[in-house]
Design a protein. Structure first.
Length: 302
């Protein structure tokens, strides 16, 4: 049961991070490229590299090919975040987050093909209930809902596939090599992605412009956001050592539910930061979704 705590730490902390991401995008990147935000993610991991190396002196143990693949997982994760931020730049957090449901579906196929993971009927039923619950909470019944958004769908499907493939690579090496060694080289891959961004002149200029305009606030909010995101990521990845990839990713997809829950709280306490519908029908819909997700989690962890 302990793996569930780590798996749930991901969606809870990512939901907080989603609202902070939206705040940062609205405040600082409304008319510029959100790729600059990824520099926080890329270089926060660099700060942890000396501590991981001290804790695990065997980080150089894997062969060059394995290291390259692990670094690829880090690059895939950064790519997934880039697709997500591009989607978030033009859509509300509550519209974007439901598309994370694609990750466990991709994860199930990839884990079956490359790790030989199979799920029992109970686990598949529970996973389906989790995904269904998070989709229910995302349904909108307003008459003025716009049509299908192809750009949003393509961005978030690419995000889900990159997350699933990166998770597959991470789990493969974390089990066969070592969790912290794999995490070390994953962070190196993320840093390589960050260095590539810094080599693009327009991104350097945008970063300097944002820092010049309001460095203290941007660094405080952005830094706090990345620490929250990193804590959730480490917990989520640790859970991969003990449970099937698709099940952990299904639990990770409950981010949507927590995004709505925190959105309701913010709407009540800080209405300027978030606006969620608080009608009895909306609240009943969210409650039903929460119960379905809870039942699904109970099934997969039984």
């Amino acid at each position: 049961m302990s793996w569930l705590v780590f798996a749930l730490s991901g969606p809870v902390l990512w939901a907080i991070s989603t609202h902070l991401d939206k705040y940062l995008v609205e405040q600082y990147f409304k008319h510029s490229d959100v790729a600059v935000l990824l520099l926080f993610t890329a270089f926060l991991g660099v700060l942890l590299l000396p501590f991981i190396a001290f804790y695990d002196p065997d980080i150089a143990g894997p062969d060059a090919g394995s290291i390259a693949l692990i670094m690829l997982a880090g690059i895939l994760y950064m790519g997934a975040l880039l697709f997500y931020l591009w989607a978030l730049q033009s859509e509300e957090a509550s519209v974007v987050s439901p598309f994370f449901q694609a990750a466990p579906l991709f994860g199930y196929v990839l884990a079956y093909l490359f790790l030989g993971e199979t799920l029992s009927v109970r686990q598949m039923t529970g996973g389906a209930m989790i995904v269904a619950g998070t989709l229910i909470v995302s349904v909108r019944f307003e008459r003025n809902v716009r049509g299908f958004k192809l750009r949003l769908a393509l961005l978030m499907l690419a995000c889900g596939f990159a997350l699933a493939l990166g998770g597959l690579i991470f789990k493969f090496f974390a089990i066969r090599v070592d969790f912290w060694t794999t995490t070390f080289w994953l962070f190196v891959g993320q840093a390589v992605f960050g260095v590539a961004l810094l080599m693009i002149g327009s991104y350097r200029r945008q970063l300097l412009a944002v820092l010049h305009a309001n460095a203290a606030a941007f660094l405080a909010v952005g830094g706090s956001n990345e620490l929250i995101n990193l804590a959730g990521l480490l917990g989520f990845r640790y859970a991969l050592l003990f449970a099937p990839l698709s099940i952990v990713q299904a639990i990770g997809s409950t981010t949507t539910l927590f995004v709505f829950a925190f959105g309701v709280g913010l709407s009540v306490v800080f209405p300027r930061l978030a606006r969620e519908t608080l009608s009895s029908g909306e609240l009943a819909q969210k409650a039903a979704a929460a119960l379905l997700v809870a039942a699904g989690v109970a099934l997969v962890t039984r």
